[in-house]
Design a protein around this ligand. Structure first.
Ligand SMILES: *Cc1c(COP(=O)(O)O)cnc(C)c1O
Length: 368
């Protein structure tokens, strides 16, 4: 009997169990924030940033960060069309409009030239999402932001372990947002992190994250503005503390899985996640994109996966194709790439024989 190959699952050891048990047993009263503070501090050090605020999700971190930048009704925020809805939804929560632009065919991330073309007087921010761990062209994007006076922010939910010219993904923009959802490289079940090097922005998000109570306010139960409630619990943070202590190992295993696939599929007519000079890819999600013009039936491969108890996933659809957004068929790379692409299973302790089992199906469906 063959065993099921899950798409992702967390790596949980005795350390996570020990910390979570301690938090559940002792993390109350005076200790009720102890693991949260420890997690924020460890994450800050890991990333090399000044400030970190643990949140209940990446969606919440993005919502607060964009609100703190002053994004409001009538504003526009530029991001790649190829994305998960979580990167765009917070823009709409603020009444602003997501402006979807096309991706580069090699990184599957924002095309800087398209970003420039999409800038209008209403553009309030550019959201650089490091898709599947691949790095956005940060140098160009930051230069564009600088030139136009528009903040570039990073959605690094998929990019733990990725870096650009030695700088961690999420540490380069005006702020960064992370997800610790159960499918991500590092997990707390549900959870996220807001990070920034900007003192004033940190103060604003800290107040927003605390129902609008500013740090200097001494009066009890006295919010100075309407804020949010996107906090992480101490028990979740305890799991996060264990995960961040193990982050090098978690990333190393994701990279091992990717490289094993890469070797096994090297001779096939397909591209995988790139790792250009000067970058390091955390390889959250090993993805294959069949060469254009190759005889590749994606549905047939996904069907074969299902029949053999393997979880494969489709590439992100262009968000502009969804009913609630304005269609942008001119984003041809986004619309065309997704049809040739599949995400492969990649949890940390995926065995070589299971990787071989997945790769054999890919080979059978992509003979070239
Ligand atoms: C997972 C993910 C999110 C959402 O994270 P949550 O913690 O579930 O809110 C946002 N952006 C990207 C790119 C993601 O992959």
């Amino acid at each position: 009997m063959t065993s099921r190959i899950h798409y992702t699952k967390p790596s949980i050891t005795d350390k996570e169990i020990e910390y979570a048990t301690d938090a559940a047993t002792n993390g109350w009263g005076e200790q009720c924030y102890a693991y949260i503070e420890r997690f924020e501090s460890a994450f800050r050090k890991h990333l090399g940033v000044k400030h970190a605020i643990a949140t209940s999700s990446c969606t919440g971190a993005l919502h607060m960060g964009l609100a703190a930048l002053g994004v409001e009704a009538g504003d526009e925020v530029i991001l790649a069309d190829t994305n998960w809805i979580a990167s765009a939804a917070p823009i709409t929560y603020l009444g602003a409009t997501p402006v979807f632009v096309d991706i580069l065919s090699d990184s599957w991330c924002l095309d800087p030239q398209r970003v420039v073309e999409a800038i209008t007087p209403r553009t309030k921010a550019i959201v650089a999402v490091h898709l599947y761990g691949n790095l956005c062209a940060m140098e160009q994007l930051l230069a564009i932001g600088e030139q136009h006076g528009i903040p570039v922010v990073e959605d690094a939910a998929e990019a733990i372990g990725s870096s650009y010219q030695g700088k961690a993904a999420g540490s380069m923009g005006k702020f960064g947002a992370f997800s610790f959802h159960g499918t991500k490289t590092m997990t707390t079940g549900e959870g996220g992190m807001f990070v920034t090097n900007d003192d004033a922005l940190y103060d604003r998000v800290l107040a927003l994250s605390n129902h609008g109570r500013t740090r200097s306010q001494t009066k009890q139960f006295w919010p100075d503005l309407i804020g949010f409630k996107y906090k992480m619990s101490n028990v979740q943070a305890a799991i996060g503390c264990a995960q961040v202590e193990r982050v090098a190992e978690l990333t190393r295993e994701k990279r091992r899985v990717f490289h094993t696939y890469q070797e096994l599929l090297a001779d096939l007519p397909l591209d995988m996640n790139p790792e250009p000079q000067g970058t390091r890819n955390g390889f959250w999600m090993p993805t294959i994109v069949a060469y254009r013009g190759t005889d590749f039936d994606r549905e047939a491969l996904l069907h074969a996966f299902r029949a053999d108890q393997i979880d494969g996933r489709v590439f992100f659809w262009p968000l502009s194709g969804l009913a609630m957004f304005e269609s942008r068929p001119e984003n041809v790379v986004s619309y065309e790439t997704c049809l040739r692409a599949v995400n492969l299973p990649s949890y940390h302790d995926l065995s070589v024989s299971d990787i071989e089992r997945v790769a054999a199906h890919v080979r059978a469906h992509l003979k070239g």
